[in-house]
Design a protein around this ligand. Structure first.
Ligand code: NOJ
Length: 534
């Protein structure tokens, strides 16, 4: 097939949590040479690109989301030369490499912050957000960090507080200081010049804070449950409109390269209009793509998914590329969250993900139906989770990739101690599933082939055909998806289906030709149909 233009539109992207994917040197931590070793597998999986979770030097209080040097590679993961080799070897297999960029905050070990801490007149003081105590000596306002504690830490030496929307070790940058803009434009070019194909932008909605540091209000009744579950609505501590100027500028930089580099935002936004804003407007484009969190956080149910897909596709500007994803290193794995670790439901979910029009981001292990792993308290590593008792630990979805049935699942040497424990990988591992024609992995492989042939690439041609409590049906170009998202049998009657040819079914035994308008679906069965009259 001719290369897709632009490459990111309708691409299939694979998120690699590098520490957990493939360990080449037996230290129990995955690394970049390990990713190189796995490239042929990624090619077989049909991936157009990989997004590497943070790879830059970091004290690892948030495993790389606390960057201490934006222009290098974390020694645990490899070297700059390893990154160059990865970009080159991936390129030889037509796979692009995207990195994770963290512009909202740095590590407190970053030289900018170390300098800022040296005093109010230091050169980098205003790279960060500082404010004096309130009259009662307390924090400057009511903002809370990601653990639910005050988002301000007091600096005894200067008598001021600094802001951190995440951990105290992750001071927020002050984007009102234009020098911060210049730093990040330099960082973008540094990696683009090395051949990196784009960035996933961490906390893309968050960079600017309210200039007056106004108190956040309580959530509103009509807010998304993810917002209502917090004590405050993060209206002033993030989600400020000024951020759009940053992305308009970054877009010019990214589009100035050949082939173009892609910007994919972690756009934690539940209002569709505001979400759509991140794509920019006609003559002022911004991000190429943004993660769709209402979809990520939905349930695998026809009414809910249909509503979200309709609203998303209705809100995005013409020509925009939606992004569909269901698992990541924060929210957990969809086979567990959506599917109770049942393979039938997992196949149905993969069918939906693969056939919605747009770019698909799979999280490593999704292709296997890999489940979240219960990580015992003494083995937990994620400080953010430890600081939020009562919430499931994010470690559960960061455990090592199971490659085979060998000790340590082929992730690391058999005698190593992986940095997080492995779950039960007896059946769910690459080698065992590759050998089983009925595995989730081989089902994904078939979908990947269809995506390569253009399934889901016909943006703008989406049309919902049917939706009830159980069934969801839609078409993209000449292909229809008909899926039963329930544990009961269902029937779907649609005149368009008559004469259609079933390209793939989640369940064996499905007749390949549809003679009439009815399709009888087993629980969690889905079919992809080439329509007779496109
Ligand atoms: C979002 C990332 O996905 C998450 O893992 C991280 O803890 C926060 N941003 C802070 O960088």
């Amino acid at each position: 097939m001719a290369p897709r233009t632009p490459w990111w539109r309708g691409a299939t992207v694979y998120q690699i949590y590098v520490r957990s994917w493939r360990d080449s040197n037996g230290d129990g931590v995955g690394d970049l040479p390990g990713v190189v070793d796995g490239l042929d597998y990624l090619r077989w999986l049909g991936m157009d690109a990989i997004w590497l979770s943070p790879t830059m030097p970091s004290p690892n209080t948030d495993f790389g989301y606390d960057v201490s040097d934006y222009l290098d590679v974390h020694p645990e993961l490899g070297t700059l030369q390893d990154m160059d080799r990865l970009v080159e070897e991936a390129g030889r297999r037509q796979i692009k490499v995207m990195l994770d960029l963290v512009p909202n905050h740095t590590s407190d070990a970053h030289p900018w912050f170390v300098d800022a801490l040296s005093g109010p007149s230091s050169a980098h003081r205003s790279y960060y957000v500082w404010a004096p105590p309130k009259a009662d000596g307390g924090p400057p306002n009511n903002w809370l960090d990601a653990t639910g504690a005050p988002a301000w830490t007091f600096d005894e030496a200067s008598g001021e507080f600094y802001l951190h929307n995440f951990l105290p070790t992750q001071p927020d940058l002050n984007w009102w200081d234009t020098r911060v803009h210049a730093e990040f434009e330099h960082i973008l070019r540094f990696w683009f010049d090395r051949g990196v194909a784009g960035f996933r932008i961490d906390v893309a909605h968050g960079l600017y804070k309210d200039a007056e540091l106004r108190d956040n209000p309580p959530p509103r009744d009509d807010d998304h449950p993810a917002v209502r579950s917090g004590r405050l609505r993060p209206e002033y501590s993030s989600h400020r409109p000024e951020v759009h100027d940053v992305y308009a500028r970054w877009r010019q930089i990214a589009d100035g390269y050949e082939p173009g580099r892609a910007l994919l935002g972690e756009t934690w936004e539940f209002d569709y209009e505001r979400f759509a804003r991140f794509y920019g407007v006609d003559d002022r484009p911004e991000l190429h793509m943004g993660f769709n969190f209402p979809f990520v956080l939905s349930e695998l149910r026809a009414p809910e998914m249909a509503k979200i897909a309709n609203e998303t596709l209705g809100a995005l500007p013409r020509g925009a590329t939606p992004v569909w994803t269901a698992s990541n290193h924060d929210v957990g794995r969809f086979p567990t969250r959506w599917c109770d670790d049942e393979d039938d439901a997992t196949r149905a979910a993969l069918l939906v993900l693969a056939s919605l029009p747009g770019t698909l981001v799979l999280y490593y292990g999704d292709e296997l139906g890999m489940a979240d792993v219960d990580v015992a308290a003494q083995d937990q590593r994620d400080e953010m989770s430890i600081a939020r008792p009562g919430h499931p630990s994010r470690d559960r979805c960061r455990t090592p990739m199971p490659w085979s049935r060998e000790p340590n699942a082929g992730f690391s040497s058999p005698t190593a101690r992986p940095w997080l424990p492995l779950g039960d990988y007896t059946h769910k591992n690459v080698r065992t599933e590759q050998a089983d024609p009925s595995s989730v992995l081989n089902f994904w492989h078939r979908l990947a082939e269809l995506r390569r042939q253009g399934l889901a690439g016909a943006l703008g041609a989406w049309q919902q055909l049917a939706q009830d409590d159980q069934v969801w049906a839609y078409r993209v170009g000449g292909t229809a998806t008909v899926v039963n998202l329930s544990a009961e049998p269902a029937r779907c009657r649609l005149a368009q289906l008559a004469g259609g040819h079933v390209l793939v079914s989640t369940h064996a035994g499905q007749p390949a030709e549809l003679t009439g308008p009815d399709v009888d679906l087993q629980p969690w069965q889905g079919v992809l149909v080439a329509l007779a009259t496109p």
